[in-house]
Design a protein around this ligand. Structure first.
Ligand code: HEC
Length: 169
């Protein structure tokens, strides 16, 4: 009886405390291909005093969501795509292989925002560069998969099946 109780408790605690990225950590992310996007052209995610009014609404909301992580904002970014899917990224048809495929690298924070697919549907993850899962189970957190999904799926005219940026060769 005690053993069963301890088991149930440990399941409850692990679900409550452990972060829950939906897509696995891409251990080979350093070999992925950097691509040029509107945000990488800007170069960085700015702080909250940045005037983002000339940017499309989705970019304004992205700045708003993440600008307060540090006074100067999240800072330098890169977008990386797994090498077999770079063509699919350029095409932006929302058709990519299952598993992790795209990364928004917040370089100064050593954080990787990862998008992947499961049975063709977008899935999200947030990791430190060393693979520590930092996704939050609190839906209101900027690091929750619900927050990623609200924006990446919510701006349907802008994002195609989870991919938001457009890139050119
Ligand atoms: C408020 C909107 C918003 C939220 C919230 C958001 N993103 Fe994004 N994301 C964007 C935009 C806009 C881009 C395109 C930036 C660019 O030009 O490169 C982007 C780019 C990306 C990319 C690069 C591939 C692509 O879509 O072009 C990944 C990967 C990514 N986000 C993952 C995440 C994850 C994971 C989360 C949650 C932890 C998240 N994002 C939260 C708006 C958002």
């Amino acid at each position: 009886m005690v053993k069963i109780f301890v088991f149930v408790l440990s399941v409850v605690v692990s679900n409550a405390c452990f972060a829950e990225s939906e897509v696995s950590f891409p251990a080979d992310w350093k070999d992925w291909m950097p691509v040029t996007t509107p945000l990488t052209k800007i170069g960085a995610l700015p702080g909250c005093d940045f005037d983002s009014s000339s940017l499309p609404p989705i970019y304004q909301e992205t700045v708003e969501t993440y600008c307060s992580v540090r006074p100067e904002g999240p800072g330098a970014v890169a977008v990386l795509v797994t090498s077999s899917e770079t063509k699919a990224y350029q095409d932006k048809l929302g058709k990519m292989q299952d598993g992790p495929v795209m990364i928004l690298h917040l370089k100064e924070l050593s954080v990787l925002f990862v998008t992947g697919y499961k049975e063709g549907k977008p899935t999200y993850g947030a990791y430190k560069e060393d693979g520590t899962d930092i996704a939050s189970v609190d839906p209101s957190s900027p690091l929750s998969m619900a927050t990623c999904r609200t924006c990446h799926t919510g701006y349907e005219a802008f994002c195609v099946n989870g991919q938001c940026a457009s890139s050119s060769y």
